[in-house]
Ligand binder design. Structure first.
Ligand code: GRF
Length: 186
């Protein structure tokens, strides 16, 4: 099977990127991260890419299509990427862009629901469960076809950070499963 060429877009710490890199290095995922691109020049995710000799660069969101095309990826993974992809990227890579979101979409998603804000809202609403979702990216925010979801319990004494940690573990797991599902679809 042809090696799957994966472009990963990050804006922050990059633990989801790290999960992809580790899975490839542990032979749990057959693929190659061809680039790590970020709209945040200080993103720790860029350092993670560089540590593994992966081309890692700051790219303005408006220049993302040109930057991606240089690497001709088979799929694009938004791993904590906070900008909204431009039309031209969605059009060129439709059906081949994945996003990982830290809630059970359609709950707690869309404009303003990202990072710790998601977990704060879940706890403020006294939810007894939360989770993570891997979905295809379309023109909307967190609205594309859902590929995989997994639930976690929310405990009464959870802080948003406790919940974020528990959900992040699930994110790292289902993101790899989502990449494998997408590979079979394209
Ligand atoms: C994760 O919570 C992810 O679900 C959300 O942004 C965060 C990124 O974390 N999209 P990291 O940068 O992968 O550690």
């Amino acid at each position: 099977m042809k090696m799957l060429k994966i472009a990963v877009l990050v804006s922050g710490n990059g633990t989801n990127l790290q999960a992809i890199i580790d899975s490839i290095e542990n032979r749990k995922l057959d693929g190659e991260v061809v680039c790590v691109l970020s709209d945040n020049e200080n993103a720790n995710g860029l350092n993670r890419g560089r540590k593994h000799d992966i081309p890692s660069e700051y790219v303005r969101n408006s220049d993302m299509k040109e930057a991606l095309d240089k690497y001709s990826p088979d799929i694009i993974v938004l791993a904590g990427y906070l900008s909204i992809l431009t039309e031209d990227v969605i059009k060129s890579y439709r059906g081949r862009i994945l996003n990982i979101h830290p809630s059970l979409i359609p709950k707690y998603c869309g404009k303003g629901f990202y990072g710790i804000k998601v977990h704060e809202a879940v706890i403020n609403n006294n939810e007894i469960e939360s989770g993570a979702t891997v979905h295809l990216v379309d023109e909307g925010i967190d609205t594309g076809e859902i590929l995989i979801q997994e639930h976690v319990e929310v405990f009464p004494d959870d802080t948003p950070l406790d919940l974020q940690k528990r959900v992040l573990k699930i994110e790292h797991k289902i993101l790899i499963e989502g990449i494998k599902l997408l590979r079979r679809k394209i």
